[in-house]
Ligand binder design. Sequence first.
Ligand SMILES: [Zn+2]
Length: 450
Amino acid sequence: MEYEFRVIVEKVSVASQEVVKRDTVKIYDIRPPKSIIELGLRHEEQISLLTKVQNVLLAEQSALIDCGYDTCPNCGQKLKRNGFLQSNFHAVFSDHKLRIQKHRCNNPECNWQSTPTTTTVFGTDIHPDLAKLQCEQGALFSYREAQSNLEKINCSGRRINNHTRIKSLTNQVGARFSQETLREPSVQECAAPATELIVQVDGGHIPVKEKGKRSFEALSAIAYQPTNIEQVDQHHRQITNKTCVVSAIDDRLETIKSFVLNAAYKQGMTARTRITGLADGANNCWSVLRSLESHCQDLECILDWFHIAKKLENVKNALGEAFGESLNSVKWSVWHGEAQAALTKLRLIQDNVSDDVQQAKMQGLHDYLKHNLAYLINYEQRKSSGKVYTSQVAESHIDSLINARHKRQRKMQWTREGAHNVLQIRAKMVSQEWSKQWQDTVLDTLINAA
Ligand SMILES: [Zn+2]
């Protein structure tokens, strides 16, 4: 005996359980699967079935849409039905046409007519779930890659997923997040008062490929309580609760300073909090950290060991084996808080280097340490007392924030503003705030953009 498989949708009275309408959405053959490919429905068929089921549901729902008026908004007279208006609705995986009831004023003198569309009723014709996907794709990939990824997920190209639309939405959502991050957080948004807080500030460059233009700088910061550092395994740690912020705006650090202050508040900073500030040694990073000083009990700024080690490694590679031993000795001195001794050792090595490039590398390292003398501590001691001396979680480093999105694209011409906006979404993802906050912000953006 042969059978077929019908997908039927029914409209049923809740009270009596009587079926008032029945539609056969799709009929499938039931055949023995010859291979795994024939097991169940294929990707494209799943999307197609979903679209058909949604169409039936939407037809029922659009008949119930309340356009918001019982009488004529013009003269107050009774309204009569006046046919239907078709309008677009873009759901997460499918596009639909809604039929919405039109009305006309009964008063012949007035003649008012309604023209209801998805957008006039809801403020937008895009479901926020779709907008969320677009933002996530736009934040992680180039806009053209995002379009292509969404086409793959969807099994077809949709005009709503065009790269220019993804770009525009991502930008607007990012700009909105930027505005929100400038606002001092409410008590509810803040963690319980923290006795100690770590704030890391990091700078990096976003490349601009346009001729005659240089790259521009972005700064990122992350704030967290040391008690939220969790050891995953011997070599990896994670921070269970953190606030990450980033700015590419050129405004003498004003934006990033507000962002960092609000990030510290979110992590529980009060006038009694002791803050440890970690930075890579650039002046603007220290300047951002120093701006927290008047808001907390005290601020200790430390040159991030991660960056010292990286710089030393870099010089070691440039100078080769012969200087390995002596550079290790420099590292030992810095690690044990003997900065002056380290500088003297560096000078001695420099005297034995003849190559110009190597000379420059040595000078660079010397100047770097000398410039940051005030921020060099006894790292050995700090480590043995269990305190933070190096930045944690690489994902919050500006390089990973930027790399994940900006450096991959060779041809993209970034504006500061465009980069700043995209980075806001990435910062929200790193802070693990995106999943909680996307809905309000995306919906606000959709409604206000329409
Ligand atoms: Zn009227």
